[in-house]
Design a protein around this ligand. Sequence first.
Ligand code: 2AM
Length: 177
Amino acid sequence: MRLFVALDLPWPLRDRLAGLATGIMGARWMPRENLHLTLRFIGEVPNWRAEEIDLALHAIRGRGFPLTLAGVGLFEKGGRVTALWAGVERSPPLDHLQAKIENALQRAGLEPERRRFTPHVTLARLDQPANEKITGFVQRNNLFRAEPFAVERFTLFSSQLGKEGSVYTAETEYSLT
Ligand code: 2AM
């Protein structure tokens, strides 16, 4: 199974994000059902490991908190823009939750994640260069700020790579009190 831990987003917020999805030819905009905020990418694991991961995530205790998506940004690789995303307002509770998940997964035997946590919601992936249009996209949406939403749980997703893109399935939800 290919797994990752993420925050599922409320539908009104996804609708709001889908409203940003215009103006760049060749961008593969994420369908609404795929919009999420990754807390920890796990990758391919055997079933027995997935069960240990589930146990470790179940043991996490934490409180819910409000979170606000704001601003947009991009990821680049070799000077080429590969993804557009919506950003997240600074949130110590989010960082704290992410750290708890990272600790739990390490205790469950996963290798530490070496990359710094950069909270974002991927809006589009880009296979071809489209750099001029992207400047416009960033300028247009710089002041984007969504209504805060309540984070009340986090979710273990599985990901299946299909012809039409990835299909994400919520395997288990873990409540925050
Ligand atoms: P992205 O949206 O920034 O690309 C499911 O694939 C989720 O896990 C996506 O949100 C993706 O982040 C993230 N992801 C996919 N492959 C990854 C990798 N090799 N390392 C870190 N995160 C990854």
